[in-house]
Ligand binder design. Structure first.
Ligand SMILES: Cc1cn([C@H]2C[C@H](O)[C@@H](COP(=O)(O)OP(=O)(O)O[C@H]3O[C@@H](C)C(=O)[C@@H](O)[C@H]3O)O2)c(=O)[nH]c1=O
Length: 186
């Protein structure tokens, strides 16, 4: 039995698939369309992604693709742990500019569903962290966009000191939300 828990921004859902443990280890359906259908989540995933982050404090984000290649993402951790964040970018949303987060670990097996209209990012809490996620639209380089991870207007409570964060050059140069005309509308 998979449990679906809505977070403080209710379109963001924390998902806990059942693990069937025995002396060998465990078995888990990490994604089952039937469970999503029963939960009323109508998404068709078309691409699986994986990223390895070598150090603690690697921040990737805050990323999204603009329409018509907007993506919902189903995120989980295969090894290590992350602080996983979703930021509401939908104009007209009561939670516009607000964020929610979950700590996803290989041990807890929890997953975060980041819906359309949200930016996504994470910070690694362990070295050699392996993250996997499904997306419901293909990668489109021209639609690749992002907001600065440390935007003070977002005030994300990252669990790592800014001085210790490891970022890509691309992510370091991302704009703040107030300087970005978000294409998403609720
Ligand atoms: C995301 C992506 C990247 N790439 C390429 C582009 C680039 O050369 C290389 C690395 O891309 P990035 O630096 O954007 O990778 P990364 O910073 O890991 O980007 C990812 O961050 C997390 C937080 C997300 O939510 C993802 O959707 C994605 O944006 O991989 C693909 O070929 N397909 C893809 O779907």
């Amino acid at each position: 039995m998979t449990t679906f828990t809505r977070l403080a921004i209710p379109d963001v859902i924390l998902i806990q698939p059942a693990r069937f443990g025995d002396e060998r280890g465990y078995f888990c359906e990490t994604y089952a369309k039937r469970a999503f259908d029963e939960a009323g989540i109508d998404l068709v995933f078309v691409q699986d992604n994986e990223s390895l982050s070598r150090q603690v404090g690697v921040v990737r984000g805050l990323h999204f693709q603009t329409p018509a290649f907007s993506q919902a993402k189903l995120v989980r951790v295969l090894r290590g742990a992350i602080f996983d964040v979703a930021v509401d970018l939908r104009k007209g949303s009561p939670s516009f500019g607000r964020w929610v987060a979950a700590t996803l670990t290989a041990a807890n097996g929890e997953q975060l569903l980041v819906p359309h209209g949200f930016a996504h990012g994470f910070c690694t809490l362990e070295a050699e962290t392996l993250v996997a996620y499904k997306v419901d639209a293909p990668y489109s380089r021209p639609n690749d966009a992002g907001i600065l991870w440390s935007d003070p207007d977002l005030a994300i409570d990252w669990p790592v000191a800014a001085a210790d964060v490891v970022l890509s050059d691309k992510d370091r140069a991302l704009p703040r939300l107030r300087d970005f005309d978000t294409p998403f509308v609720l």
